[in-house]
Design a protein around this ligand. Structure first.
Ligand code: SF4
Length: 74
């Protein structure tokens, strides 16, 4: 369980850093809040803990846009 706490802390730090990044890109197309646990920003290949790298835009795990792309299975 200690490993899980370390991971949670690391994600929290990344989210805090990303929360200060400017929205320098364009808003993702049709960005909206979702209750879908499968298709959302946190399960998208373009997401990095609070920030969409494709659009250079801050997004939250309970949001999704038309460009949602699943993380490839390894
Ligand atoms: S669903 Fe993916 S592409 Fe769309 S805003 Fe979220 S992270 Fe970006």
């Amino acid at each position: 369980m200690a490993g899980n706490e370390a991971i949670k802390e690391a994600i929290k730090r990344i989210m805090q850093a990303n929360a200060e990044k400017p929205n320098s890109g364009t808003p993702p197309p049709n960005l909206q809040t979702t209750t879908d646990a499968h298709e959302n920003c946190s399960t998208c290949v373009h997401w990095e803990a609070g920030f969409c790298k494709l659009y250079d835009f801050r997004t939250q795990p309970d949001q999704v846009c038309d460009t949602w792309t699943p993380i490839p299975e390894t």
